[in-house]
Design a protein around this ligand. Structure first.
Ligand code: HEC
Length: 175
């Protein structure tokens, strides 16, 4: 009789623990709160995000965002090298149909933060050829927050002028 009560007691403790665990799992599965990119240094964002997972929260069809990004191109003096509208100057254009290391959000964001020397050390290689070849300086500590850089990149993408299939770099492989 005693033994029976003990077993029942243990079973209910076990059930309780299982329920708690399930609850924890449900919590872990819930979507994380959205990142406030205005409060996030670009260098921290790339450190805390696995390679390939950075996605621009803005679309290049958001005219206000694109306009702001175009202004940042001047204020952060990207235009000194890449030309006023990003169309090229001393350095390669950002607006043509060539993506030097790849055209996805993740690659572009990391390139601007790290600069091309550091980028190549991580194993990235030039897959697109521009007429001008030179180093892109690291801007990770100059650009105030990740939000500013996302807006710049929305501007860059909005000016893309090549085959739409390559707007985000190499198109997905045919199934
Ligand atoms: C000192 C000149 C210079 C400045 C300033 C500069 N860049 Fe660059 N940028 C380059 C060069 C050179 C390359 C090509 C790098 C290579 O070939 O490895 C490049 C490449 C790039 C690319 C890749 C382009 C492509 O077609 O794939 C992007 C995007 C870019 N820069 C964005 C920026 C942004 C945004 C800023 C300002 C925050 C900026 N750059 C400031 C020189 C510069």
């Amino acid at each position: 009789m005693r033994r029976g009560i003990l077993v029942v007691g243990m079973v209910s403790i076990f059930a309780g623990a299982t329920a708690l665990c399930t609850l924890r799992l449900v919590w872990a599965d819930a979507a994380p709160p959205p990142i406030d990119y205005t409060k996030m240094a670009p260098a921290d964002l790339i450190k805390n995000t696995p390679k390939g997972k950075l996605v621009n929260p803005y679309k290049d069809t958001q005219a206000d965002v694109v306009a702001e990004g175009g202004k940042f191109l001047q204020t952060y003096s990207c235009s000194g090298c890449h030309g006023g509208g990003g169309g090229g100057g001393m350095c390669p254009p950002l607006t043509n149909d060539i993506w030097i290391y790849g055209g996805d959000d993740d690659t572009l964001f990391r390139l601007v933060v790290l600069g091309s020397d550091e980028f190549q050390k991580l194993g990235y290689t030039r897959i697109g050829r521009e007429n001008v070849v030179g180093p892109m300086p690291p801007f990770g500590t100059i650009i105030k927050n990740a939000d500013d850089l996302w807006k710049i990149l929305a501007f860059v993408r909005s000016k893309y002028s090549g085959d739409p299939a390559y707007k985000f770099g190499a198109p997905p492989e045919a199934p």
